[in-house]
Design a binder for this molecule. Structure first.
Ligand code: ADP
Ligand code: ASP
Ligand code: MG
Length: 277
C-alpha cells in the first residue's frame, strides 16, 4: 500500500482534480490524502477572523463568494445531474454550517471547525467524482482516526488502531481521506498547522508501515533553495531524512517541517513528485 498526498494546487481546479483522479486510479489499494483546493484554507481563515472580530457581515461576504466559486466547480467537474445535485446539497450543508457561526460565541474550536471545512469539501468532491466514474472508492473521515494527545502531538498508536479498523470495515479499491484535520485529546476539531496535509500522509504511512509515501505537489521535488526567492534552483535527487527535515524546518515550504519524522522512525521512504509532470 502506498500513501499519496496531493496538495492544494494539485486539486486547485476541477481540471486538476480530474488529472489527480486519473493518477490515483492507476493502482489499487492506496490511500490518497487531499488538501483543500488552493485558496480555500486562506478564505476560511479570513472568515474565522471576521467572526472573531465581531464582523459577521464581512464573514458572510467571503462565504458567499466561496459558495459561488464552488457552484461553478461542481458544474465543471461532474457530468451527471445526480452527482451535481448530490454534491450541491452537501455543499449547501457546508455553507449553512459556516453561516451558523455568526450566532455562536467565538472559540478556538469554532475557528478550527471553520478552517477544517476545506479538506472536508475537497475530499467529498473527489470521492463523488470517482464514484461517478465507477471506481470502488471509500472516504475515510480523518476526524474518526487522526488524534492529538494531551501534549498536542499526534497519537500514533491511536491513529494506527482506528485507521486499521476503518480500513477493515470498509473494503474498497481506493481510499480518500482529509489531510491537515484532526481531533485533540478532548475530541474537539483541531489541525496539524498550515501545510499539515504532508504530516497526515507521513503519519498514515508510518502507522500502517506503508510501502512508500508520495507527496505530490507543483514542483519537481525538493530544490536546493526556495525557487520563489532564488533563481535557477535545482531539484536535489536524493536527500536523507535529516537533510529533508532541516530544509523543511528552515523554510522549504514543499514539506511541513515535522512531517518527515514519523516516516523516518518507521523506515518508510518519502518521494516528492510533480503533479504537473
Ligand atoms: P502543496 O499545496 O502541494 O502542499 P506547497 O505550496 O505547500 O504545495 O509547496 C510547494 C511549493 O513550495 C513550491 O511551489 C515552491 O514554491 C515552494 N518551495 C519553497 N522552498 C522549496 C524548496 N526548497 N524546494 C521546492 N519547493 C520549495
Ligand atoms: N489546507 C491546509 C493549508 O492550506 C493544509 C495543507 O494544504 O497542507 O495549510
Ligand atoms: Mg503544502
Amino acid at each position: 500500500m502506498k500513501i499519496q498526498k496531493f496538495g492544494g494546487t494539485s486539486v486547485g481546479t476541477p481540471q486538476r482534480m480530474k488529472e489527480v483522479c486519473n493518477l490515483i486510479t492507476q493502482e489499487k489499494g492506496n490511500i490518497v490524502v487531499l488538501s483543500a483546493m488552493s485558496g480555500t484554507t486562506n478564505s476560511l481563515v479570513e472568515i474565522a477572523d471576521y467572526f472573531k472580530k465581531g464582523n459577521p457581515e464581512a464573514a458572510s461576504g467571503v462565504i458567499n463568494r466561496l459558495r459561488s466559486k464552488y457552484a461553478q466547480h461542481i458544474e465543471d467537474l461532474y457530468s451527471s445531474e445526480e452527482s451535481k445535485q448530490q454534491t450541491l446539497s452537501f455543499l449547501d450543508e457546508e455553507f449553512t454550517l459556516l453561516h451558523s457561526f455568526a450566532c455562536v460565541s467565538f472559540t478556538d474550536t469554532v475557528e478550527k471547525t471553520i478552517v477544517a471545512q476545506g479538506e472536508i469539501i475537497s475530499t467529498n468532491m473527489v470521492t463523488n467524482y470517482l464514484t461517478e466514474q465507477g471506481i470502488k472508492v471509500k472516504l475515510l473521515p480523518a476526524l474518526a482516526y487522526m488524534r492529538l494527545s494531551e501534549n498536542g502531538e499526534p497519537d500514533l498508536p491511536y491513529i494506527k488502531e482506528h485507521l486499521s479498523e476503518l480500513l477493515q470495515a470498509n473494503p474498497a479499491d481506493l481510499y480518500i481521506t482529509q489531510g491537515f484535520i484532526a481531533r485533540n485529546a478532548r475530541g474537539d476539531i483541531d489541525n496539524l498547522l498550515r501545510g499539515g496535509s504532508d504530516y497526515t500522509a507521513c503519519l498514515i504511512g508510518a502507522g500502517l508501515k506503508a510501502e512508500e509515501i508520495q507527496i505530490w505537489t507543483d514542483i519537481d521535488g525538493m530544490h536546493n533553495n526556495d525557487p520563489r526567492v532564488v533563481e535557477n534552483t535545482e531539484a536535489v535527487r536524493q536527500l536523507n531524512f535529516e537533510e529533508a527535515a532541516e530544509l523543511a524546518y528552515f523554510g522549504a515550504k514543499i514539506l511541513h517541517p515535522t512531517c518527515i519524522q514519523p516516516a523516518r522512525y518507521a523506515g518508510v521512504p518519502v518521494k516528492l513528485l510533480n503533479t504537473m509532470d
